[in-house]
Design a protein around this ligand. Structure first.
Ligand code: NDP
Length: 403
C-alpha cells in the first residue's frame, strides 16, 4: 500500500495512471502533476469513470526544482514516476534528492539544445542517490525497458552469454493520418533524425540516419521495412552485457512516414536551433510538433498491432552449443484503447512504467543508487507483463538474422 506521484499527463502517463488505479492494492494513493492541470484532470476523470479510483491533480513546471520539491514534500509519496519529457529528468531527480524520495523514468536525459541522449548525465547521480539511501530506476518503458528485461531473462534462463542482440520494434498500426508520431513528436523526430549507431566488437559504429534498411516478417503484422537506428538501451546493454559482440536496434517505418520526414527535414522544419520569426525566437521542431496531431488523440482511429522484441544469439546454458531465441510481445491498438483510452504505443510504455513502479513500491526491486533495468531480477517483472496486458512469447530460431 503506497502513495505515488506521477509527473506528466500525456499518453504514457494516462495509461500508467489507469493501470495503477487497476492495481489499487499496490498503489493505494495516486497523485498526478503536470504543466497543464486540465490534462491531469481529464486523465483523473477517465480513471474515475473506468475504475472508481480518485486521482488527485496538481499544476507544476517540473523544471522549477524548488517548487517541485515543495510539491513532493506536501504530498509525501514513496515514489515519483517521471512521465514528462526527457528534458525534465535531471530537475526531477534533483527534486527527489531534495525531498528524499525514490525516482523512476522511461527515457534518458537529453539536453534541449543538443539531440544527444546518453545515460552519462543520470549515471552521474549514482553517489548522491546512494548516499541518501534512495533508488532511481532508469528506463522502465518498453524500449528502453522491457527490451532490456527480455535480454536479461534470456541470459538467466536460456543463454550463458549473449553474443549478438537485435531489438526489433514494429508498429503495424494505422492511425489514418497522413503524418503523425505515436509518442511526443518532438522527442520522436529528434530520435529518428539522429545518426544511427550500433555496437560492434567493443565500439560504436555510426551511419547516417535511416540509410540501412531490411525487410522482416513480423508475426501478427506481416513483412515491414525496418531501419537501423540508435536507441538508448544499446548503451546500457553494452555496459551490462560485456560479452556482447554486436548490438543493433531496428524500427519499422512506412514509406509515407519516410517521405514526409524527408521533406520536413529538407525544408528545415526538424531543426532544433532557434530561428527569428516575426521578431520572436522559435524552434522549428517545436513549431512542427505544435501543428502535428497530438499522440493522445490517435487512439480512437488506430487499428493494427505492435510487435516488439529481441533476437539474441549465444551459448546455451545447457551446454548444447550456440542457440538463437526470439522473445517478443504483440499488442493490439484497439484492445489497448478499449482498456485505457490510449493507443498501443502509449500502452506498451505506460504498463511497464507501472510495473517498474510496482517492483519498487513492493520492495521486489530494491537498491541504493541509480539503476538500469539490466541490473534487476527479470523474473517478477516478466510475470507482471503476463498478467498486466503485455504477454510475451519466446521461440527458438534456426540462427541469428542473416543481415
Ligand atoms: P507527451 O508529450 O504526450 O506527454 C508529456 C507530458 O509531459 C505532457 O503532459 C507535458 O505537459 C508534460 N510536460 C512537459 N514539460 C513539462 C514540464 N516542464 N513540467 C511538467 N510537465 C511537463 O509524451 P508521451 O506521453 O508520449 O511520452 C512521455 C515520456 O515517455 C517521454 O519522456 C517519452 O520519451 C517517453 N517514452 C518512452 C518510451 C519507451 O518505450 N521507453 C516510448 C514512448 C515514450 P503539456 O501537456 O503541458 O505539454
Amino acid at each position: 500500500m503506497s502513495k505515488v506521484l506521477v509527473i506528466g499527463a500525456g499518453g504514457v502517463s494516462s495509461v500508467c495512471v489507469h493501470k495503477m488505479a487497476m492495481n489499487a492494492g499496490i498503489f493505494s494513493e495516486i497523485h498526478l502533476a503536470s504543466r497543464t492541470k486540465s490534462k491531469c484532470d481529464s486523465i483523473a476523470a477517465s480513471v474515475k469513470e473506468r475504475t472508481g479510483v480518485t486521482v488527485s491533480t496538481y499544476e507544476i513546471d517540473a523544471e522549477e526544482v524548488p517548487a517541485l520539491t515543495r510539491l513532493i514534500q506536501q504530498i509525501g509519496p514513496k515514489l515519483v514516476v517521471n512521465l514528462a519529457l526527457p528534458y525534465q529528468d535531471l530537475p526531477i531527480m534533483d527534486a527527489c534528492l531534495a525531498a528524499g524520495v525514490d525516482y523512476l523514468d522511461t527515457a534518458n536525459y537529453e539536453p534541449k539544445d543538443e539531440a544527444k541522449f546518453e545515460y552519462k548525465w543520470q549515471w552521474a547521480y549514482q553517489d548522491r542517490f546512494k548516499e541518501k539511501g534512495l533508488m532511481a530506476l532508469l528506463g522502465s518503458g518498453f524500449d528502453p525497458g522491457v527490451t532490456s528485461v527480455f535480454a536479461m531473462w534470456l541470459k538467466k534462463h536460456k543463454l550463458k552469454t549473449i553474443r549478438t542482440l537485435d531489438i526489433l520494434d514494429c508498429n503495424g498500426g494505422d492511425h489514418g493520418q497522413a503524418f503523425a508520431t505515436n509518442f511526443n513528436p518532438e522527442i520522436n523526430i529528434r530520435e529518428v533524425t539522429a545518426p544511427a549507431r550500433h555496437w560492434n566488437q567493443g565500439e560504436w559504429v555510426e551511419t547516417p540516419a535511416m540509410t540501412i534498411r531490411q525487410n522482416f516478417d513480423f508475426e501478427a503484422v506481416g513483412p515491414k521495412n525496418m531501419y537501423l537506428m540508435y536507441h538508448e538501451e544499446l548503451e546500457s546493454l553494452a555496459k551490462f552485457l560485456p560479452e556482447l559482440e554486436r548490438g543493433r536496434f531496428w524500427m519499422t517505418f512506412g514509406d509515407a512516414y519516410i517521405n514526409h520526414l524527408t521533406v520536413l527535414q529538407n525544408v528545415g522544419m526538424t531543426g532544433i536551433e532557434p530561428i527569428l520569426y516575426q521578431g520572436k525566437e522559435i524552434v522549428p521542431l517545436q513549431f512542427l510538433a505544435a501543428v502535428l496531431p497530438k499522440p493522445e488523440t490517435l487512439g480512437p482511429t488506430t487499428t493494427g498491432k505492435t510487435n516488439i522484441g529481441d533476437i539474441a544469439t549465444g551459448m546455451a546454458l545447457d551446454g548444447s552449443g550456440e542457440k538463437t531465441y526470439y522473445i517478443y510481445n504483440i499488442c493490439d491498438h484497439e484492445e489497448a484503447f478499449h482498456e485505457t483510452g490510449n493507443q498501443a504505443i502509449s500502452y506498451t510504455t505506460g504498463v511497464p512504467a507501472m510495473i517498474g513502479a510496482a517492483m519498487m513500491l513492493t520492495g521486489t526491486w530494491r537498491g541504493e543508487g541509480v539503476f538500469n533495468m539490466e541490473q534487476m531480477d527479470p523474473d517478477p517483472y516478466m510475470d507482471m507483463l503476463n498478467t498486466q496486458g503485455l504477454p510475451w512469447q519466446v521461440k527458438e530460431l534456426a540462427g541469428p538474422l542473416d543481415f
